[in-house]
Write a protein that binds this ligand. Sequence first.
Ligand code: SF4
Length: 745
Amino acid sequence: MPDTSNHHRICPLCEACCGLEIKVQNSKVISIRGHDADVFSAGYICPKGVALKDLHDDPDRLRTPLIKRNGVFEAASWEEAYAEIERRLPPLMAAHGRNATAIAVGNPSAHKIGLLTYFGKLARALGTKNVFSASTLDQMPKQLASGLMFGHWLSVALPDITRTDYLLVLGANPLVSNGSMWTVPDFRGKAKALQARGGRLVVIDPRRTETAAVADAHHFIRPNADVFLLAAMVNTLFAEGLVKLGTVAPWVNGVAEVQLAVTGFTPEAVTKRCGLSAETIRTLTRDLASAPRAAVYARIGTCTQEYGTLCSWLVDVLNTLTGNLDAPGGAMFAKSAAFASNTAGKSGIGKGVSTGRHHARVSGAPEVYGELPITCMAEEIETAGDGQVRALFTVATNPVLSSPNGPRLAKALDALDFMVSMDIYINETTRHADVILPGVSPLEDFHYDVAFPQLSWRNHARYSPPVLPAAPGQPEEWQTLLKLAAIVQGKGAAADANTLDDAQFVRDAQRLFGAHADAVIQATQHLKGPQRNLDVALRSGPYGDAFGRKPGGLTLAKVIESNPTGGIDLGELQPRIPEMLRTPSGKVELAPPSLLQDLQRATQDLRGLAPDLVIIGRRDVRTNNSWMHNLPVLAKGPFRCTALIHPLDAARLDLQNGAMAEIQNGPRSVQAQVQISTEMMPGVVSLPHGWGHSLPGAKLHVAAHRPGANLNELLDDQLRDPLSGNAVLGGVAISMRPVAGTQPP
Ligand code: SF4
């Protein structure tokens, strides 16, 4: 008889956190589908979820450590790999200091509790200022604006989509992404329900995206011009007497300062810059202000540009000034069951956030939340002097493809004295490593989302046990991070990760629980590592049992028991102001001084001329991270790495549909297949990012079959949003020309 079992697993492949039902027969996955009974996602799944099987079975996925000897990777035992790191790294640190090291982490870490909650232990053990992450290629502007306004970077105002009457979306494509910095599986279904109850979905984007295609209205906007539109909408609210703060009025600082700051941004003043008429801007503002319940949501296109933090701020200024902040049907805050700083400490007040506590050695870019811009990494390696980076750790990241000017970074990585990567592939970045330590397949790992319940459309607590056992001898990722931390701290490669973790847990319990520490240690002694920390976080969290003092409250055991329904539903979003605020004033800071000052930059740019042709990225439902191009179920079908261009632009540039073209930005150029489409705004070209799998040494055999063009080869690593350090990935001026005789991939 075949040995068959059913498992319920949260999908870790994107922010939507869908519940999956996975059937296993004789230790092989035989089917993956949406879990209909899941309390959060109700059976929704996208094509990527099914690809977990391909990821698990991928022959390219690393299953043993590798050490590079004479330029060639050789399989090694874990002991040999740790010994090699201990042989090479501590002497380098002793000779050159802690800032001669750097660490970079990618976004898959956000989907793994072991990596997310133990990465910081390695970073702290290194003691380097050179901490980089994919946040500065993506959402750092949103994190910074939210931190400045509400006191914590994960206090993000989210559209209450199931109760809203009007949803305005800028620079985001949630029909494809199912939300970003907003966890909203089955956005399509929720958008349809919004429209069925008489509500409206309006999209502003330089491309008629999949979301725009189902919207009630879509307006093109020039890339990099959202700040002008948003400021003009705020200006219009004041000019037409439409400002109303609603229930949060007693807790809002800075309304008059905002009014003064946007004085020059009249609809007429911005119309040429952003490509929308003054009348359209006024109509958008009036519709937003007059809707009984409304929310504004903006994401990647508004973050990965020169004014990313300003855009993120102005979105929530609009939500606040229209009475929709923290109101049902407006922009609300999730209340997470565990790990949320806005449920910890003193209610309604906090330290707020500060930036610039240190600066990048070469560029002087300020630190934000302990990180430097990842686009500074190459120059920190290249530039001689005290603090020059000579050793690098990478954790689940591929910045050679995902970061601007990847060729420069690749060259810099070759100049390192030592590089260690934790990764499941030899990709375009880890091919430069001296040692690679593989992580587990997601199906071999337990799962609890740390960050995304803080960004979810509905409150929930969901846990998934491992679907399949890990290979014998394979450590859990948190154990690998603790071993690495022990090596750099001089405790030696023989240090036992469990013993180190136990000792740290006792210290943490004593610090957090004082006289109750022994009871907490006793109550969790059957657990270890992240599970133990999770149990403590749940039990001491806002829904927790307080270690028995609140009978009926959450424990990890209760959340595990609820796995047949995906987890525990904790209800729709509830108003949380003022208790969730962690600003020093205990108020929503509508006019942070650094943002008002940066608005001067936009004022000076208001009359600037938009370039004739600019490039932006785009998201496809079948890709999220670059390694997804190596999974057969996602790689099949029409080639997706095409340069979308409007017919008028194609005609004037003599470009043919399906033929190749050269795209140029100064000295940088790539070749891509042309796809002519009226979904593009004239003057704007779109090329997806994360492609370019033709580099030697990478072992992604499926991806290499159709490598595509690397958008980031075109982009300038010196262009950043100055406040957040986020890279500018869109709105960059380019030229295009046909390439004679070249065949498409
Ligand atoms: S939308 Fe797709 S990739 Fe994202 S969590 Fe759901 S199934 Fe996974």
